[in-house]
Design a binder for this molecule. Structure first.
Ligand code: NDP
Length: 328
């Protein structure tokens, strides 16, 4: 089967040369092990940070090792009593068509009402990220205004829908009129600002007439600055991601003074560090998806060899919704 390894670390923007496609033999399964064929690979912005050898919350991705990543697939062979062939499972097999596991970190999922791919999106890590930042950091009351950047994406789309379900005014920020129309018309946000239109500050002011109580930040830079400037006293900022800076772009916060004068709370978080809350969050998200109350969209690249281009595209906003690679 095929797999993709990290061949070199990026200097600035990621390039296809940073990856290498390899063929490896299918391993034999020994007692206690499970062999899985991956149907979907999840591409996520955090992988960009792992590609660098810098101090972070996780160790860097090793060179010449399979790129890290969440996967969803099907058990093809099992010598582990907890799994049988045909079971649908999510795991962390990385950028590979197959994976061998001792069962640790492998989770069976029910695809009767929820499609397999959603366990990598709205009912998986990105959905849980939205749920954690919104409910545990912003903790909005009904009637408050919540703004989320990268609003049409895997995390942002869930943030706004959860905020609406809690009686908030949900305002998105996204790149381009098509994404903004989707955020309002399909996802049900109250408004969405196209930051590429060139009137970010004025458009944000018009969309948040009562100021902003909660910011779910996925981007950083000018977008975060514009949001901070409109925050109400005791507002909360869930600092989830800073994708505008992942290739090394400088990040400046000009409105630092507002943190003081408005007595704001800023909290960064890493969703994988809160496993105790995942069952609660994923239950709510799963029920909403099964009931059709949580909508999502996917961008699907075909075949493992397409993963590098799809990943590079996602970092530039070419994805529209959760970026996946379909492996079969
Ligand atoms: P998305 O599906 O939102 O895809 C990334 C999007 O980011 C792009 O589509 C693009 O949307 C936007 N973007 C890229 N570059 C820029 C830029 N320079 N300025 C503005 N927007 C940009 O990805 P996810 O939902 O998976 O991730 C969203 C954020 O959440 C990321 O920052 C990620 O690192 C973070 N995250 C954090 C976690 C945690 O535990 N803290 C866990 C999971 C994700 P557009 O076209 O609208 O610009």
């Amino acid at each position: 089967y095929q797999q993709i390894v990290l061949a070199s670390r990026p200097q600035g923007h990621v390039s296809p040369d940073n990856f290498r496609l390899e063929s490896v033999p299918v391993p034999s399964v020994v007692e206690g092990q499970v062999l899985v064929r991956n149907h979907f690979l999840s591409l996520d912005p955090y992988m960009r940070m792992r590609m660098e050898d810098i101090k972070s919350y996780a160790a860097p991705q090793a060179l010449n090792a399979v790129m890290v990543g969440g996967t969803a697939g099907e058990v093809v062979e099992s010598k582990n009593p907890k799994f049988k062939p045909g079971d649908k499972v999510v795991g962390m097999f990385g950028w590979a068509e197959m994976g061998l596991s001792d069962g640790a970190g492998l989770k069976k999922v029910d695809t009767a009402q929820i499609p397999l791919s959603a366990y990598l999106g709205s009912v998986g890590m990105p959905g849980m990220t939205a749920w954690y930042g919104l409910t545990q950091i912003i903790a909005p009351k009904a009637g408050e205004t919540v703004v989320v950047s990268a609003a049409s994406g895997a995390v942002g789309s869930v943030v706004g829908q959860l905020a609406k379900a809690r009686g908030c005014r949900a305002v998105g920020i996204a790149g381009g009129p098509e994404k903004c129309a989707y955020v309002v018309n399909e996802l049900g946000f109250d408004d969405c600002i196209d930051y590429k239109a060139g009137n970010l500050k004025a458009d944000l002011a018009a969309a948040t007439p009562d100021g902003i109580d909660g910011v779910f930040e996925n981007v950083g830079g000018e977008i975060l600055d514009a949001c901070v400037a409109r925050m109400n006293p005791f507002g909360r900022i869930a600092l989830c991601g800073l994708i505008a800076g992942y290739d090394g772009e400088p990040m400046v916060l000009n409105n630092l003074r507002t943190l003081l004068t408005m007595r704001l709370t800023v909290r960064g978080f890493i969703v994988s560090e809160h496993p105790e809350l995942w069952p609660q969050g994923l239950t709510e998200l799963g029920q909403m998806v099964a009931a059709g109350k949580l909508k999502f969209r996917e961008s699907i690249a075909e075949g493992l060899a397409a993963a590098p281009e799809a990943f590079i595209g996602m970092l530039k906003g070419k994805n529209f919704g959760k970026q996946l690679v379909k492996l079969i």
